[in-house]
Structure formats: C-alpha cells, structure tokens
Design a protein around this ligand. Structure first.
Ligand code: FAD
Length: 405
C-alpha cells in the first residue's frame, strides 16, 4: 500500500483530535486536515455534565490540545468548517462554504447528536439538550436556589445533570418512562441503587412517567404535562433521552451503515480509504466476537490509534473492551465489558448495595461479560484480562475483587 499524502478527518471531537495526534505520533509526515463544525478546538464532553456544568472547572481544562499544538504539529484544524458530503470515487470532501478538499484517506469522527422528543412544545425556549459547551452554559443558567429543573430521561446524562443541578441548590424532578432509571444498562437488581441515590439527594424521581407535552407560555417552556394530566412547573426542561450517531457524511459517501458506520476489526469502512472512529463506529469487535457501537469517552480516546495504524498500512485490529465511567454526587463508577440485557445467565455482586460500595459481575457460562465497580477502585485492570481471555471464574473467588480486597 502506498503511503497516503493527505489524510482528512471529519469531526472535531475527542476521536477526531486523537486521530490527528495518532497520525503524528505514528510518524506520518504528510498533510493532515481536521474539519470541525464547532467553533472550539476539540474538547472532551464528560465535564459538560460534571465539573464544567457545575461551574467548577474552566472550559480550557476540557480541550484535548491547545490551538498551539495543532500549529506545532502541522495539523490544519479548520474550526466552524462543516463537511457536507463526500464523493468517495473522486476522494473529495465538500465543505459547507462550497469549497472542496481532496484526500487520500478519510477518517470520519462525526459523533452523536441528542435525540429530541416529538412532543407539543418541544421547540420552545428553555427546552434543552446537552452535547456542546453552549448547551452546558444554557443549562447552568437555570441552576440555583429557587430554580426548578425538569429532566426528562433517567439515563447517564439525565442523572448526571440532575446530580450537578442538585449540587447547585436547584430543585430537580427526573421523569423516567421505565420502572427504574438505568434499568436497560444495569438491570433490575442494581437500578434501585441509582433511584435511591437520587432520592437521597432530594431529587423528585417519577418512574413510569409518560410525558404528554411541554407546557409553554409566549414560546417559552413553563414545565411538562404528563399523560395522566399532572402538570409540573419548571424554569427549564432538559431532555436526556439518548443520542443518535451523526451519519450524514458517511451516508453521502455511500458507506455500509447499520446502527452506525459498519467497520471491520481495523475500523475500516466498506470503502477501503475511509475509516470511522468513536461514537459512529459500529465495530466488528475481535474479542467480543460480535459488532458493538459504543457511545463512550474511552472508545473515542482509544480507537483512533488503531485506525491510524491500519490506515498507514499496519496489520492491526482494535481490541480494547468497551469502558465507561460516571460520577454522580459522591458516587463514582466504572464499567468494563459488554453485557446488554439478556446476555448474562448470572449476576454476582460483592459488597454492599445499600452503602453503594460494590462490584457487580455479569457472567455467562462462568465467564465474565462485564463488571461494574461502584465506589470501589482498582478493579478494571484486574477484570480486563479475565474478560478478554474468556477465563472461567469461580463466582465466590471474585470476592477478591470486591470492596474488602
Ligand atoms: C454531557 C456528556 C457527558 C458525557 N459523560 C461521559 C462519561 O462520564 N463517561 C463516558 O464514558 N462518556 C461520556 N460521554 C460520552 C462521550 O463524551 C462521547 O462518547 C464522546 O464525546 C464521543 O466522541 P466523538 O469524537 O466520537 O464524537 P463527539 O464528541 O460527538 O464529536 C463529534 C464532533 O464532530 C462534529 N461534526 C459532526 N458532523 C460534522 C461534519 N459534517 N463536519 C465537521 N464536523 C462535524 C461535531 O460537531 C462534534 O464536534 C458524555 C457525553 C456527553 C455529551
């Protein structure tokens, strides 16, 4: 394979920035262009629901590299530059300003966009989602004593926003359609831990809640109306009902798509000159033995180095297990592996659910699919090889990884 002269990257999030970094780290000396629709240098999003949202951390703490890094490494970072389409046959990218850019290899890292609710009032002022710095600033403006925030959705983002808002003295109502928050991720045995966590911190958590409309006055949200007629007044409504991969550019390139861009174990798409990394990549995972698309920080951080190695001609695959973390109040957790609902035949918990200090293991045929450590640390590195090597484990001996280990 001839060495590419120009690698273009579309998407200025963590995965895009890490792709540029990996190209230079791995000795690529050709041209690197990074097209970023946002006006900020690429930044990490986890602080947007945590320290940055709380007002306790500067935005600059979240940026992946300062602007000087792009200059020093001869990376052509184009801010406010949205790619509108790809002519894959011509190896040409089109930009929103009408100009075009030719590439030899292309890496797509366009990330996700928040899902919206098709509800009356959903377009009103004060109905907010959280993905960007501006979104976080808009939500923070509704924090404080005497303010009331309604959060629709008891997933990771909704719960982190609720925790941060409570920390700022805001009254918070969380509306979750399911019978427990996070039940689809952690299951019915562990989801009560998160319900109790938020109630103990003063969140009004309504479960099985069906939102019928956002109530409005003069075009601004005044609260929500539930299907049973209950009206909850609030200063703003945060909609945290998940995200969808942003596939517009991938679609324009004619790539194979199914719940994200279908990429092989090396993160190469159906077009051999186009790769996809981060939230949009539906990856044929060599360790898990099936496809997985992960909407978490660690994937955006780690996939680019593998994609770049493959793009530069190495025979390489991406083997890292899915990993994520969350912080809510005084609870910190990490989750490693992949155990979607119905995939396990046994859940083993060591520790104390009520004290919110435990390690949970999802097992199938005595092998660990995933583990979650809650307010217990130094677990991930010990569990990772057990999952990766499909090691048969004695569930009792997993205690050694629990809180008193
Ligand atoms: C508030 C919040 C908190 C989070 N907290 C955690 C956490 O605690 N733990 C965890 O593991 N994960 C967390 N995540 C998830 C994590 O941040 C994402 O998985 C990660 O940002 C994905 O990175 P990415 O680079 O693939 O995509 P993104 O971060 O979405 O970046 C994609 C970028 O591409 C740009 N773009 C899109 N289309 C184009 C185009 N056509 N042309 C140019 N640019 C384009 C977008 O504007 C965006 O800037 C959080 C996410 C959010 C929003």
């Amino acid at each position: 394979m001839s060495t590419p002269r120009h690698v273009a990257i579309v998407g200025g999030g963590l995965a895009g920035a890490k792709t540029a970094e990996a190209l230079r780290d791995q000795g690529f000396t050709g041209q690197v262009s990074l097209l970023a629709a946002e006006s900020h240098p690429p930044y990490e999003r986890p602080p947007l629901s945590k320290d940055y949202l709380a007002g306790g951390a500067a935005f600059d703490d979240a940026i992946v590299h300062p602007l000087s890094w792009y200059r020093d490494n001869d990376v052509d970072l184009q801010l406010g530059a949205r790619a509108t389409g790809v002519d894959a046959a011509a190896h040409r990218l089109h930009r929103a300003d009408g100009s075009a850019l030719d590439y030899d290899k292309l890496v797509l890292a366009t990330g996700s966009v928040p899902r919206r609710l098709p509800l009356p009032g959903a377009d009103a002022a004060g109905v907010l989602t959280l993905r960007t710095r501006e979104d976080a600033d808009a939500i923070r403006a509704h924090f404080g004593d005497g303010k009331h925030l309604v959060v629709i959705g008891g997933g990771w983002i909704g719960l982190e926003v609720a925790a941060t808002a409570r920390g700022a003295g805001t009254a918070v109502t969380v509306l979750e359609a399911a019978e427990l928050p996070l039940i689809g991720v952690v299951g019915p045995e562990l989801a009560p831990v998160f319900a109790a966590l938020h109630r103990d911190h003063g969140v009004d958590l309504l479960l099985g809640a069906q939102v019928a409309a956002i109530t409005t006055e003069d075009g601004a949200a005044t609260g929500v109306r539930l299907a049973d007629g209950t009206v909850i007044a609030s200063d703003a409504v945060v909609v945290g009902v998940g995200v969808a991969p942003d596939l517009a550019v991938a679609e324009s390139a004619g790539l194979a798509i199914d719940n994200g861009v279908l990429v092989d174990a090396s993160l190469r798409s159906s077009d051999p000159d186009i790769y996809a990394v981060g939230d949009i990549a539906n990856h044929d995972h060599p360790v898990l033995g099936h496809r997985v698309r992960v909407e978490h920080w660690a994937t955006a951080l780690n996939q680019p180095a593998s994609a770049v190695a493959a793009l530069l001609g190495q025979d390489t695959v991406y083997r890292e297990l899915p990993f994520f973390y969350s912080d809510q109040y005084d609870l910190g957790l990490e989750y490693i592996g992949h155990a979607p609902p119905g995939s396990h035949d046994r859940l083993v918990v060591h520790g104390d659910l009520e004290a919110r200090e435990f390690v949970a293991f999802w097992l199938r045929e005595e092998r660990i699919l995933a583990a979650m450590n809650v307010n217990v640390w130094d677990v991930v590195d010990k569990v990772k090889p057990l999952i990766t090597n499909r090691t048969r484990v004695d569930p009792q001996r997993l205690e050694k990884l629990g809180p008193d280990a």
